[in-house]
Design a protein around this ligand. Structure first.
Ligand code: SF4
Ligand code: SF4
Ligand code: FES
Length: 236
């Protein structure tokens, strides 16, 4: 199968973006986009459709097993993990790779997602005392702990604008973990932040629900957070 791979490139934070197309032939339909990028970068004589030498394509990965979120990018317009996207999906051989659009580009397909960590810090999402456990709390905490902080949910959220007041699913998913583990009287500060940074801004459109590559039950966590923080139905 012949693949045509169009990549939106940017050779540095302040550089002008441009598109570059390369071709690649393989019969391995199980090859992931991550392996494709590694393979392209390993080719010494890779040229684009105009015969121009292709500089190393900058992108990030770590686990290659859907566990770290580093390889998130837009693949044919949809935010996805490169290590979890197989070439066999592209029946016509056309692949378009672009960086996530809601974050500043560092280089090519690498973006600066530090806003997500800053948002978690601003909510105060940490435990200063031993966590308390209930069966329901443990289930919620486990589900919330699977968040990769990949940012795919932020890409599709109509209400999320980096640096603005609303924090979206990448914040309310981890919040579910701490809300489920803190005793009632110690939730107050986090509840205030949650109401301010999530509840007030979320339109409940649930665009974030189907995009999550970890298949976290985002809606379930949102409903539970609102039950605890807004409707005061404490787990204990
Ligand atoms: S429910 Fe809609 S507004 Fe709320 S975080 Fe998800 S995508 Fe954004
Ligand atoms: S909730 Fe899902 S899509 Fe959003 S950051 Fe976490 S793992 Fe990624
Ligand atoms: S490299 Fe870790 S999720 Fe893809």
């Amino acid at each position: 199968m012949n693949y045509t791979i169009e990549i939106l490139r940017q050779r540095g934070r302040d550089a002008e973006p441009y598109r570059q197309t390369v071709r690649f032939c393989t019969d391995d339909t199980e090859m992931s986009v991550a392996t494709l990028l590694k393979t392209l970068n390993s080719m010494a004589d890779l040229t684009d459709a105009n015969g121009k030498t292709v500089e190393k394509i900058e992108w990030e990965c770590s686990c290659l097993q859907k566990k770290c979120g580093a390889c998130a990018m837009r693949i044919n317009g949809k935010p996805r993990l490169a290590c979890d996207t197989k070439l066999g999906e592209f029946k016509n051989g056309a692949i378009v790779l672009e960086p996530l659009k809601k974050f500043p580009v560092i280089a090519d397909l690498i973006v600066d997602r530090s806003v997500m960590m800053e948002n978690l810090k601003s909510i105060g999402l940490w435990l200063e005392k031993e966590a308390r456990h209930t069966k329901k709390g443990e289930d919620l905490a486990y589900e919330a702990s699977r968040c990769l902080q990949c940012g795919c949910c932020l890409e599709v959220c109509p209400n999320f604008i980096p640096g603005e007041a609303f924090y979206s699913a990448a914040s309310f998913v981890p919040t579910a973990r701490v809300l489920s583990e803190l005793p009632k009287k110690e939730k107050a500060d986090i509840i205030d932040s949650y109401v301010d940074k999530v509840y007030k801004g979320c339109g409940k459109s649930l665009s974030c629900r189907d995009i999550c590559p970890a298949q976290i039950d985002v809606e379930h966590l949102l409903v539970n957070n609102n039950a605890v923080a807004v409707w005061k139905r404490f787990l204990y």
